[in-house]
Design a protein around this ligand. Sequence first.
Ligand SMILES: Cc1cc2nc3c(=O)[nH]c(=O)nc-3n(C[C@H](O)[C@H](O)[C@H](O)COP(=O)(O)O)c2cc1C
Length: 179
Amino acid sequence: MKKNTTVVLGITGSIAAYKGADLCSRMTGKGIDTVVIMTRAAQQLVCPRTFLTLSRNPVVTDLWDVPDWRPGHIDLSERAALLVVAPCSANFIGKMANGIADDALSTFVLSHEGKIIIAPAMNPKMWRNVAVQENMEKLRRRGVIVVGPASGRVACGDEGQGRMEDPAAILSVIEEALR
Ligand SMILES: Cc1cc2nc3c(=O)[nH]c(=O)nc-3n(C[C@H](O)[C@H](O)[C@H](O)COP(=O)(O)O)c2cc1C
């Protein structure tokens, strides 16, 4: 694995955002320089300070909250080897598939020229939705690496495919992509 390579970890508004914190901790533990960008919905579910502490880097929570002359997403795109969105919500899959850039994370997606890994996480009914599946097909065609979702019981009690893949499994895919 390359040393001193920045990986951007996007956290979206899925209940699995807490597992994103576990992934972040594992990434830092492996010596991966991790910069976290959270959507507004993600911040309703997990606190940015959790990621500040686990990543040991400032957390990007707002596209406009940049003290420098240079927009943060452009600066970050020059040092990011890899973008990982875990968990990736149904909404965010749709934004990625359709090139929408209306917040810090989705704007970063458009400025990032490296590899992308996503770990979808949602209710099985949402995962089965035809719009979500069509959007997933677009992302796969573009070479986005998709990890999961796994099958089992989701947070609301439903059973089926939709659980975010285990952080340890996502970490293995990250390490492979960085080789
Ligand atoms: C408690 C709660 C849990 C949610 N969990 C999920 C989820 O696991 N997956 C998902 O796709 N959406 C989930 N949502 C809906 C998203 O948060 C919502 O679609 C939001 O607009 C996503 O925004 P984002 O993609 O910018 O993070 C959840 C909403 C609530 C209120």
